[in-house]
Design a binder for this molecule. Structure first.
Ligand SMILES: NC(=O)c1ccc[n+]([C@@H]2O[C@H](COP(=O)([O-])OP(=O)(O)OC[C@H]3O[C@@H](n4cnc5c(N)ncnc54)[C@H](OP(=O)(O)O)[C@@H]3O)[C@@H](O)[C@H]2O)c1
Length: 260
C-alpha cells in the first residue's frame, strides 16, 4: 500500500506525512521543489494539475486543490481513478463553488472518497502575524465567531480516513468552539506575551485589501460571510473527536504553537 500526499510542504500536508510515517504507511509526496520534500519519503517532482507520474502505483491520495477555481480538475483527478481519495474541502462545498466542483470531480472518478469539510483553518490567522507582533490587528468583523480548526486535527482526520474505511463520508472538521476573531487576536497576544488589540476595519476597506490579493469576487463573499458570523457563529462539529478519538485542539493551543 502506498499513499500519495499532495500539498506535503503545506500546513496540513506536512502533518499528514508525519502521521502516515508514524502509522508505518509507505508514503510518496508530490512536490514542485524536491529540496522542500519532507525527509524519509519518496518524493516525485510534479504539479497537482498533472499528477500522472506521482499517481503510478499508489492506492490512496490526500488531495489538496490550492486554487480559487476548479479549472482543470477533471484532468487532474483522472490519474486517481478508482483509488481512495481524501480531499481537504470546505463547509461551503454544500453551496458549490470551487470546493463543490472538486468534490463532484472526485466522486466522478472513485467511490472511495472522503471529504474533510473545514469551516476555516486556524492558519488563516498567520496573515495577522506582522500586525500582531506590532500590537494591533486591523481587520473586519472582530465579533465574527469562527470554529477554526488546528491543522494537526485536519491531518489526524486525514490519516484516519487514509488508513481506515471512511468511504463516502463527509466530515465537518472544526475546532472545539467558535471564537470571535478579536478573541483569537487576544489569544495570540497571550502567546506572544504582549497584548494585541483588535481595531475594527470598515468592511469596504477589507474588501479592497483582500480583493487586491485574492480578487474582488472572493473578497466580497468572504467579508459578507464574516458579517453573518457576528449573529450566527460557525457550527462546532464533533467529527474530530468521533473519528480521531481525541478532542479538537483549542485555538489557544494553536496560538501558543505558532506565536510563542
Ligand atoms: N484557509 C481556509 O480556511 C480553508 C478552508 C477550506 C478549505 N481550505 C483548503 O485548504 C487548502 C490549504 O491547505 P494547507 O493549509 O494544508 O496548505 P498550504 O499551507 O496553503 O500549502 C499549499 C500546498 O499546496 C502546494 N501547492 C500549491 N500549488 C501547487 C501546485 N500547482 N502543484 C502542486 N502543489 C502545489 C504547496 O506546495 P509548494 O511548497 O510547492 O508551494 C503547499 O504544499 C486550500 O488550498 C483550500 O483548498 C482552506
Amino acid at each position: 500500500m502506498t499513499t500519495l500526499v499532495t500539498g506535503a510542504t503545506g500546513h496540513t500536508g506536512r502533518h499528514v506525512v508525519a502521521g502516515l510515517k508514524a502509522a508505518g504507511v509507505r508514503t510518496r509526496v508530490l512536490v514542485r521543489d524536491k529540496s522542500k520534500a519532507p525527509d524519509g519519503v519518496d518524493a516525485v517532482h510534479g504539479d497537482i494539475t498533472d499528477p500522472a507520474r506521482a499517481a503510478e502505483g499508489v492506492d490512496a491520495v490526500y488531495l489538496l486543490w490550492p486554487f480559487f477555481t476548479a479549472d482543470g480538475i477533471e484532468a487532474a483527478v483522472k490519474p486517481f481513478e478508482g483509488k481512495k481519495i481524501v480531499y481537504l474541502s470546505a463547509m461551503s462545498a454544500e453551496a458549490g463553488g470551487v470546493w463543490g466542483d472538486v468534490e463532484a470531480a472526485v466522486r466522478h472518478v472513485t467511490d472511495d472518497w472522503t471529504f474533510l469539510r473545514v469551516t476555516g483553518l486556524a492558519t488563516n490567522a498567520l496573515a495577522w502575524a506582522p500586525q500582531a507582533r506590532a500590537g494591533v490587528v486591523r481587520a473586519a468583523y472582530g465579533q465574527a465567531k469562527r470554529s477554526v480548526v488546528h491543522e494537526r486535527d485536519v491531518a489526524d482526520m486525514a490519516v484516519k480516513a487514509l488508513t481506515e474505511d471512511h468511504a463516502k463520508q463527509i466530515y465537518l472538521v472544526t475546532g472545539p468552539e467558535a471564537v470571535a476573531q478579536a478573541e483569537q487576536v487576544r489569544l495570540i497576544g497571550e502567546a506572544l506575551g504582549t497584548p494585541v488589540t483588535w481595531e475594527e476595519q470598515p468592511p469596504e476597506e477589507a474588501v479592497a485589501q483582500l480583493g487586491a490579493a485574492l480578487g474582488t469576487e472572493f473578497a466580497e463573499s468572504a467579508v459578507h460571510y464574516w458579517a453573518s458570523l457576528v449573529e450566527d457563529p460557525e457550527p462546532v462539529s464533533l467529527d474530530v473527536p468521533r473519528v480521531t478519538g481525541h478532542p479538537a485542539r483549542p485555538f489557544a493551543e494553536w496560538a501558543r504553537e505558532h506565536f510563542s
